[in-house]
Design a protein around this ligand. Structure first.
Ligand code: NDP
Ligand code: GDP
Length: 357
């Protein structure tokens, strides 16, 4: 008697669980689904936030690692689905697409740091160039209706052939990263033209935020200024202070990625602010924000100069403005100050931890 009641209750639980699973599956099927490669990166985390707000089911592709690296998406882990696959492994990509059946794929994963591309050029090509073909091949095999976004880069303009740079400006990359991105760009165009895929290449100029990788110059300066002001460091070593970059605010740039995939026809777009500044100007504003003069703390270190430098980049994003209705909102000064303010908070937390309070 007792045993059969338990059996019936377990049976009910199972029924309930099954019904819930079917309900969840139906909910998932009725939502638009986006797959993001590189979800643990700066842009991936902002794009996931944006797509969740828009009601998407968001699946993030992560590569296997011995320790989880989910710092940027900690606040989202309950709302996104994380699946393991790797841009180096063709079969893992095919299986992932078969399993998830996304409507949109955003390929943000890459080896994205230029100095590393000089020291590891072959690995950079595997991820950043051939990885794009592997993903496009997976789409071609599994579902040609999937809309595809490729994260291309202003680094493809490199030694610039005209100023400002627009979609038709000839490319001249100056690093293994830039060369690999150029391959990714052209293979995206080629699959669009060969197989009629809805595939777009977003040629994004530098975009920054408190979630930017720590080795990039903006985050490095913001962190350096805050730590020096907090007494946690005394100097900041940098390379070329005179290069010009068109720096924008990353959360605004992921909106442009999404808009590219909502048009009638797939095209490529330049995204940037149309203004450029130097690391020296970034230093001036960042150190002033914490009441210091950068000239007392910044040291130029020749070891940080690059074998070949991109001296100047400046976007002409008028096509994005007229077609996508996209325009940047955050000024350079606002960007520097918000990044420094975030680092001041981080430095204060580090100081509190060090003093045990
Ligand atoms: P990040 O370097 O912050 O993120 C890169 C992401 O790629 C990480 O999630 C990383 O995962 C993932 N990744 C690297 N290799 C692999 C692999 N083999 N398989 C799976 N995942 C991998 O880059 P951003 O967010 O700044 O940039 C996003 C994309 O946009 C990149 O492709 C970048 O090159 C491009 N871009 C960026 C610009 C910018 O100013 N930020 C400008 C123009 C283009 P993990 O956490 O495991 O390392
Ligand atoms: P990039 O445009 O993708 O190379 O973005 P970075 O933030 O890495 O570099 C932007 C510019 O800052 C480049 O011209 C670098 O040479 C210059 N720069 C100067 N000092 C540094 C430094 O210490 N670190 C980095 N990453 N860049 C530096």
């Amino acid at each position: 008697m007792e045993r059969s009641r338990v059996h019936v209750e377990r049976g009910c639980d199972l029924e309930l669980l099954r019904a819930r699973a079917i309900h969840q599956r139906n909910l998932n099927l009725s939502k638009r689904c986006a797959l993001i490669t590189g979800i643990t990166g700066q842009d991936g985390s902002y794009l996931a936030e944006l797509l969740l707000e828009k009601g998407y089911r968001v699946v993030g592709m992560v590569r296997r690692s011995s320790a989880e690296n989910f710092e940027r998406i900690e606040h989202l882990v309950d709302r996104v689905e994380l699946r393991q696959a790797d841009l180096l492994d063709q079969l893992s990509l095919v299986n992932l697409l078969r399993d998830v059946r996304p409507h949109e794929v955003y390929n943000l994963a890459a080896q994205s740091f230029i100095p590393t591309s000089f020291s590891q050029p072959l690995l950079t090509a595997e991820f950043t160039a051939l990885g794009v073909t592997r993903l496009l091949e997976a789409i071609r095999l599994v579902d040609r209706e999937i809309r595809f976004y490729q994260a291309s880069s202003s680094e493809m303009f490199g030694k610039v052939q005209e100023t400002p740079q627009r979609e038709s400006t000839p490319f001249y990359p100056r690093s293994p990263y830039g060369v690999a991105k150029l391959y990714g760009h052209w293979i995206t165009v080629n699959y669009r033209e060969s197989y009629d895929l809805y595939a777009c290449s977003g040629i994004l100029f530098n975009h920054e935020s408190p979630k930017r990788g720590r080795e990039f110059v903006t985050r490095k300066i913001a962190e350096g200024a805050a730590r020096i002001a907090a007494g946690l460091a005394s100097e900041l070593r940098l390379g070329n202070l005179e290069a010009k970059r068109d720096w924008g605010y990353a959360p605004e740039y992921v909106e442009a990625m999404w808009r590219m995939l909502q048009q009638d026809a797939p095209e490529d777009y330049v995204i940037g602010t149309g203004r450029h500044h130097t690391p020296r100007e970034f230093c001036e504003i960042a150190f002033a924000r914490v009441g210091l003069d950068y000239r007392d703390h910044v040291k130029v270190d020749a070891a940080l100069l690059r074998p070949a430098e991109v001296e100047t980049l400046l976007a002409d994003a008028s096509k994005a403005k007229s077609t996508l209705g996209w325009e940047p909102q955050t000024s350079f000064r606002e960007l520097v100050e918000l990044m420094v303010d975030a680092e001041i908070e981080r430095a204060q937390r580090a100081k509190a931890r060090a003093s045990g309070s």
